[in-house]
Design a protein around this ligand. Structure first.
Ligand SMILES: C[S@@+](CC[C@H](N)C(=O)[O-])C[C@H]1O[C@@H](n2cnc3c(N)ncnc32)[C@H](O)[C@@H]1O
Length: 209
């Protein structure tokens, strides 16, 4: 199943849960900032930001199902369908970009690099990148699936869900390399509850262009 089809198929039902560090975000991003949420899903993070008083918000997602759900649930948000890897914003126009639980949906290094460089393009110099995502786990259930899919995907940490999605848990050294062109302001470990109710290692990162 294509990734977009998978996310469309679960768009009416899945609820996303990775936590948003509102105080840390507000330390670096003022209320008048232009903020883009890439892979915004149905807009739950943007709705939270709206509630905090942020008003210049735009969300992009490859899944039209997610965007339709978000428009119905949060009609006050600006939510747009995007082509994979292309953000329809001018160079240097965003003060901050949010990327929450999106890298996990992009199994290959090259596509992740492409998205991060597209985010750099749309960020202003000094702009803020706020990422959260999944890290490798060391429990038997996860190790078994990382090993099972290693040959097929060529990266330890990539696996398929029975329902069709291909997901990735990341090595920290890899993330450091992926985000090498940003100045790290914050990096913290977290424990996430996944969209399927399991526990996973995770992180949040705040960086500056
Ligand atoms: C786990 S959900 C997280 C949604 C949202 N960021 C949140 O935290 O509530 C991942 C979202 O990323 C979208 N997505 C997957 N691959 C993408 C890509 N290459 N570019 C943009 N969005 C993508 C999916 O359609 C899905 O809505």
């Amino acid at each position: 199943m294509l990734q977009k089809e998978y996310w469309d198929s679960v768009s009416p039902t899945k609820n996303f849960t990775t936590p948003f560090q509102t105080d840390e975000f507000a330390e670096h991003v003022t209320k008048d900032a232009h903020i883009a949420d890439i892979g915004c899903g149905y807009g739950r993070t943007m709705a939270g930001l709206y509630g905090m008083g942020y008003r210049s918000l735009v969300g992009f997602d490859i899944s039209s199902g997610m965007i339709e759900r978000g428009r119905a649930q949060f009609p006050f948000l600006d939510l747009r369908v995007m082509e994979e890897g292309r953000i329809d914003l001018a160079d240097g126009s965003a003060d901050a970009v949010i990327l929450f639980a999106v890298l996990t949906c992009i199994p290959g290094d090259a596509n992740q690099e492409r998205l991060i460089s597209e985010i750099r393009r749309v960020l202003k110099p000094g702009g803020i990148l706020y990422v959260n995502d999944f890290l490798l786990n060391s429990d038997a259930r996860n190790i078994e699936r990382y090993e099972k899919y290693l040959d097929r995907y060529g990266t330890y940490g990539v696996f398929e869900l029975p329902e069709g999605a291909v997901l990735r848990h990341h090595a920290e050294e890899y993330l450091r390399e992926l985000l090498r062109d940003f100045t790290q302001l914050r990096y913290e470990h977290l424990t996430f509850t996944t969209m399927n109710g399991n526990r996973s290692n995770g992180f949040y990162y705040i960086g500056r262009k």
